[in-house]
Design a protein around this ligand. Structure first.
Ligand SMILES: Nc1ncnc2c1ncn2[C@@H]1O[C@H](COP(=O)(O)OP(=O)(O)OP(=O)(O)O)[C@@H](O)[C@H]1O
Length: 755
């Protein structure tokens, strides 16, 4: 038993909170901005601390400029003050009033402009006003494209919500740690997660229940709604309640109506605070581009680092192997500034440690695009893009790691002469990127190829890494969709050789992008072989226009994501198991498909036939015209079809029927399962309520005063939904006997509580 004094204090706190919530609810409703309105520019008197509203006064909050003018709980206001957040940024001024009054928001604002607080505050406030408790389970899901960003968002939640009592957690990673997570995930109120990991819980965690979800937030929404996460996000959306508040934020927002329809926004507020701005990047950012031949990039990077030994710099490279190689080599060459590297093949804890360390020190961080979005690292002076960004959005996010929240910063991009089209794109008026060309100063350029070659002689394992860096870089270029910028055929074999030499490699590694011949006609295949025989002596670049990139495979696992549809297995992770930004999925538009195969110096190997030695005795393996094995059933079907006994149409009709039946069964099973979960949950709640009631009765024996807050509490909880979707609601009504009995019981218990 709790001592009476503590019980009394707890009761006082509950009463105070109930009063505050009632006041906030009334204020939010009475002072809310009209839909579609933007705040006016801040007035001159803005900035002075306002007097708190008197009782019964509900000032409009759509135009305020400070956090303490908003209808926020005292706990949140205290935490914001403690973190030195007083004045709101533009996006916060525009988005918070709409989000606080429960509207869906689609928010876009430049990098580093404070979007995180614009969704974290409404999340915390919503759960507080709903009096969310541990027994209520998951109340809000925040989706982030990367683990690091999820961790960062979570730390903002921890800071702003430090005086509240919700439980939150970061749900990220691949398979590691999932078992322990399964045990606690249902007790968390706020989940900050990557889509892949969340889906794993939906699939595997018994009783994982989001049926009470109040809010869904998508940070970096355009990336989350992109093809790479499509399957996961659609699966998640199908399993959460349709009636909820949804907030979408990004610096580069999706404009696709289709994408927005997928998340079922309800009359959203479109907030794009910098739409009218002169630039799409922060005003405090200086941006430069330099035309640097491929084989000079490392020399240029080294020279840059040597000239900026007192600057905190992030260097972006395309692939994990490049990041590892450049980091290892530069470390051995000792530039005179600490070096760090980060990529998606590192464990989450290691990544976090590196970010924390980089935050505090002046050093150079070599990174893949893993860090290009959302990461808020303090005082970065320079962002250097050694490899060309995938597109303008990718450029904007990369450079956005500096010049954050009114701080100054500089960005430099190296472009090969063959990639100048990217410069044109950035300079186009609609891109709004004020980028200046800088001429490389040859006298400042240090040549380090010889030094790298000596390091490779000393450390042969680095030579292997160098080869992989070379191959994966070319592959990453090859796989890019925008062929106006990324076209390997513009490079000569001599340039590739020079590039290999610049990495210290004694010979140019072979690039074996092997194509399956399935889609290549015999004549084309012969032509390619002939050309390759020629090229082996001349080092020419050979192009096969027939081969789709889907069919290109390398024999080692690389750091590149192929632009193919994600498979079930590939989606077990966060959606970014590799750090190369996913090249957007090829469309049916043949102009945009990667359509070339590059061959350097080595003929294509003939595809080996795989013989299954374990096949049952007496079964014949059949091959099609091009030497591919035919599945046994297919050959049977063919034989049957030739005798017109079984019609192909009938077979497919039967399959379609079976599929439909299976789906129906599946649906029924799911409904059944959800129903039983709901019932269990309700029982649990009733038990809890009964326990509370007993406590209350014990309290009221000592103190017979009325508890109006309890009435509100239960009324507010009563607002919560217990159905997952519309159909479910119907179903529940039909099968509602058990529920209605339980509801009657609940009502009885509740009315007892108030008597
Ligand atoms: N109102 C504020 N007052 C002072 N600092 C703020 C305020 N809002 C945000 N910040 C700070 O600004 C920095 C950038 O904020 P945040 O990371 O939310 O930007 P962002 O818009 O999400 O950027 P990105 O598009 O790169 O993800 C953070 O360090 C944050 O603490």
């Amino acid at each position: 038993m709790r001592p009476p004094q503590r019980r009394g204090a707890a009761k006082q706190t509950r009463l105070k909170e109930a009063d505050e919530i009632r006041f906030l609810d009334e204020w939010i409703e009475a002072g809310k901005p009209r839909p579609g309105t933007k705040p006016p520019p801040p007035s001159k008197s803005a900035g002075a601390r306002p007097a708190p509203p008197a009782a019964g006064e509900y000032p409009e909050y759509g135009a305020c400029t400070r956090f303490d003018e908003l209808p926020l709980s005292q706990k949140t206001k205290d935490a914001l003050r403690k973190e030195n957040f007083t004045e709101m940024s533009e996006i916060q001024r525009a988005a918070l009033p709409h989000a606080l009054c429960g509207r869906d928001v689609l928010g876009a604002a430049k990098t580093g402009s404070g979007k995180t607080l614009a969704f974290v505050i409404p999340v915390i406030e919503k759960l507080y006003r709903e009096r969310w408790g541990p027994e209520d389970g998951v109340g809000c899901i925040i989706l982030s494209p990367t683990s690091d960003l999820a961790g960062q968002i979570f730390s903002v939640i921890k800071n702003v919500g430090k005086y509240h009592s919700f439980k939150g957690g970061v749900i990220v990673g691949k398979r590691k740690g999932i078992e322990e997570e399964k045990e606690r995930v249902n007790s968390l109120n706020i989940l900050v997660c990557t889509p892949g990991r969340l889906l794993q819980h939906f699939d595997e965690t018994p009783n994982f229940d989001c049926s009470q979800l109040q809010m869904l937030v998508l940070d970096e929404a355009d990336q989350i709604l992109d093809h790479g996460f499509k399957r996961q996000v659609d699966a998640i959306i199908s399993q959460i309640p349709k009636v909820r508040q949804t907030l979408l934020f990004s610096a580069t927002q999706t404009k696709s109506v289709k994408d927005l329809a997928r998340v079922s926004l309800r009359d959203p507020e479109y907030i794009s605070v910098h739409e009218e701005a002169r630039t799409a990047t922060p005003d405090t950012l200086e941006q430069y581009a330099m035309i640097v031949p491929l084989e000079q990039k490392l020399n240029m990077l080294w020279s840059f680092i040597k000239r900026h030994l007192n600057s905190k710099t992030i260097v972006f490279l395309s692939t994990v192997k490049q990041v590892k190689f450049v980091f290892e080599i530069f470390k051995k060459l000792r530039p005179g500034i600490p070096l760090k590297c980060m990529h998606g093949r590192m464990a989450y804890v290691v990544q976090q440690a590196i970010v924390a360390d980089f935050n505090e020190s002046t050093s150079v961080l070599f990174s893949t695009d893993l860090t290009s979005r959302g990461l808020d690292i303090k005082n970065v002076d320079w962002v250097v893009q050694v490899d060309c960004p995938q597109d303008i959005d990718n450029y904007i996010h990369r450079v956005g790691r500096t010049a954050r929240y009114n701080k100054k910063g500089k960005a430099l991009m190296f472009l090969c002469p063959e990639e100048e089209a990217m410069l044109e794109k950035l300079k186009a008026t609609e891109s709004k990127v004020p980028i200046h060309i800088r001429k490389p100063k040859s006298e400042q350029l240090e040549q380090i190829s010889q030094n790298i070659a000596s390091v490779l002689v000393k450390f042969p394992n680095l030579q292997q890494l160098g080869k992989r860096a070379f191959v994966t870089y070319l592959k990453s270029v090859y796989l890019q969709k925008d062929k106006k910028v990324f076209d390997l055929s513009r490079f000569s074999a001599e340039q590739f050789a020079a590039y290999a030499a610049s990495l210290g490699l004694p010979v140019t590694p072979t690039i074996r992008f092997i194509s399956h011949k399935k889609n290549v006609s015999k004549k084309d295949a012969e032509d390619i072989d002939k050309k390759q025989m020629k090229s082996s002596s001349k080092h020419e670049v050979i192009i096969n226009p027939q081969v789709n990139s889907d069919l290109i495979k390398d024999d080692e696992d690389d750091d590149i994501l192929y632009p193919k549809k994600p498979t079930a297995d590939a989606n077990m992770d966060d959606g970014i198991d590799d750090d190369v930004l996913r090249p957007k999925e090829p469309t049916t538009d043949t102009n945009t498909k990667p359509d070339k195969v590059i061959e350097l110096g080595k003929p294509l190997k003939k595809k080996k036939l795989k013989i299954n030695v374990h096949r049952p005795m007496g079964t014949r393996v059949k091959y099609d015209d091009e030497g591919n094995t035919i599945p046994p059933l297919a050959s049977v079907a063919e034989e049957l079809a030739s005798e017109p006994v079984v019609h192909k149409d009938k077979i497919s009709q039967r399959y379609a029927e079976m599929l439909r039946e299976m789906r129906e069964h599946d649906k029924e099973d799911k409904l059944e399962h959800k129903k039983s979960l709901r019932e269990k949950k309700l029982q649990k709640k009733l038990k809890l309520k009964r326990k509370r009631q007993e406590e209350t009765e014990a309290e009221s024996e000592e103190d017979s005063g009325s508890e109006s807050d309890r009435g509100r509490d239960t009324a507010s909880k009563g607002k919560k939904r217990y159905f997952n979707s519309d159909d479910e609601e119907d179903n529940a009504v039909k099968d509602g006997d058990v529920l209605s009995q339980q509801e009657a019981l609940a009502l009885k218990l509740l009315s007892k509580m108030h008597s």
